[in-house]
Design a protein around this ligand. Structure first.
Ligand SMILES: [Zn+2]
Length: 300
């Protein structure tokens, strides 16, 4: 018997044509493991970043340009975290979280979104260089979890009825994460710049109820193919279409030459203050935790 074809580290385009719904379903495994391996975060932060990476994959795979970039950023205060940044470029994901380890250590096992982040903003930036198209939406960071915060982003910033579900689970020392994004986009609509939106279109509540019934363990189960899961959720519909699949990978774009060129622009006396006890200027990449050691003498 042939092995079951499952797809991991992919985002799959999906559509329910009769209901004017489209979106993405994604599942991540090794990509999340490899991104988290470089950070050494506590479990509660790992789970959050895993979910944020799924969200980034769902949104990034909506970009039409192969060199389009998508950034998800939460900037907050008063919680355990003050900054979360994830981005997507050509199927490559990266992300990091700036947090207060003491606050995280003294927190309950399942902190609320407010305990995690306090108050602040969620910004999502779509950048498509070929079309010179840059769009950034910023909304208050609110909801019970990251998925709700993303939903409220779509409702407030883009006025597109949207469903977002995210889940992440660590089993046998490996992370399994998954997510679903569905949007009500009548035929021909591309999203954004819409003149008129019907948040009460009868198709939408139906899609939102069926899509919203997805369970966290269905999203994360590596044995359950994404196509089967879509069919399980929407089998009463005439047609559930699956579109292109985007392969996801871990990627960072930090570059020693670029780092050196940035440091070289500082005045000499400021550079002197950057030199550590070992004689090097050390610059760390927040995204991938790479550390670059620059010899001050090589900068001029
Ligand atoms: Zn890096």
């Amino acid at each position: 018997m042939p092995a079951v074809q499952t797809s991991i580290d992919v985002a799959l385009g999906v559509a329910i044509p009769s209901r004017n719904a489209r979106g993405r379903i994604a599942r991540l495994g090794p990509v999340v493991d490899s991104i988290l391996a470089n950070h050494g975060y506590p479990p509660v932060i790992e789970r959050l970043l895993a979910e944020a990476l799924v969200l980034t994959a769902l949104l990034g795979s909506l970009l039409k340009e192969p060199q389009g970039q998508l950034t998800v950023q939460a900037q907050t205060e008063g919680g355990m975290i003050d900054l979360l940044v994830c981005d997507y470029l050509g199927g490559e994901l990266r992300g990091y979280v700036r947090h207060d380890p003491e606050k995280v250590a003294s927190a309950a096992a399942n902190p609320t979104l407010e305990e995690l982040f306090g108050t602040g903003y969620l910004a999502i930036t779509f950048d498509q260089p070929e079309a010179s198209e840059r769009y950034q939406g910023i909304v208050p960071f609110e909801g019970k979890n990251l998925a709700e915060a993303a939903q409220s982003y779509f409702a407030q910033s883009e006025q597109i009825p949207s469903l977002v579900r995210l889940a992440a689970d660590k089993r046998d020392d490996h992370w399994h994460a998954g997510g679903l994004l569905l949007q009500h986009l009548p035929e021909g609509e591309e999203g954004r710049e819409r003149l008129h939106t019907r948040l009460d279109h009868p198709d939408w509540p139906h899609v939102a109820i069926l899509g919203g019934s997805v369970k966290a363990d269905e999203l994360t189960d590596p044995q359950l193919p994404l196509r089967d899961l879509m069919w399980r959720l929407f089998h009463e519909e005439d047609e559930v279409r699956t579109l292109g699949e985007v392969a996801l990978a871990r990627g960072c774009r930090c570059d020693p030459d670029y780092v050196r060129s940035v440091i070289a622009k500082f005045p000499a006396d400021e550079r002197e203050h950057m030199v550590g006890d070992d004689g090097f200027i050390r610059v760390d990449c927040a995204f991938c935790s790479s550390s670059f050691a620059i010899e001050p003498g090589q900068l001029t």
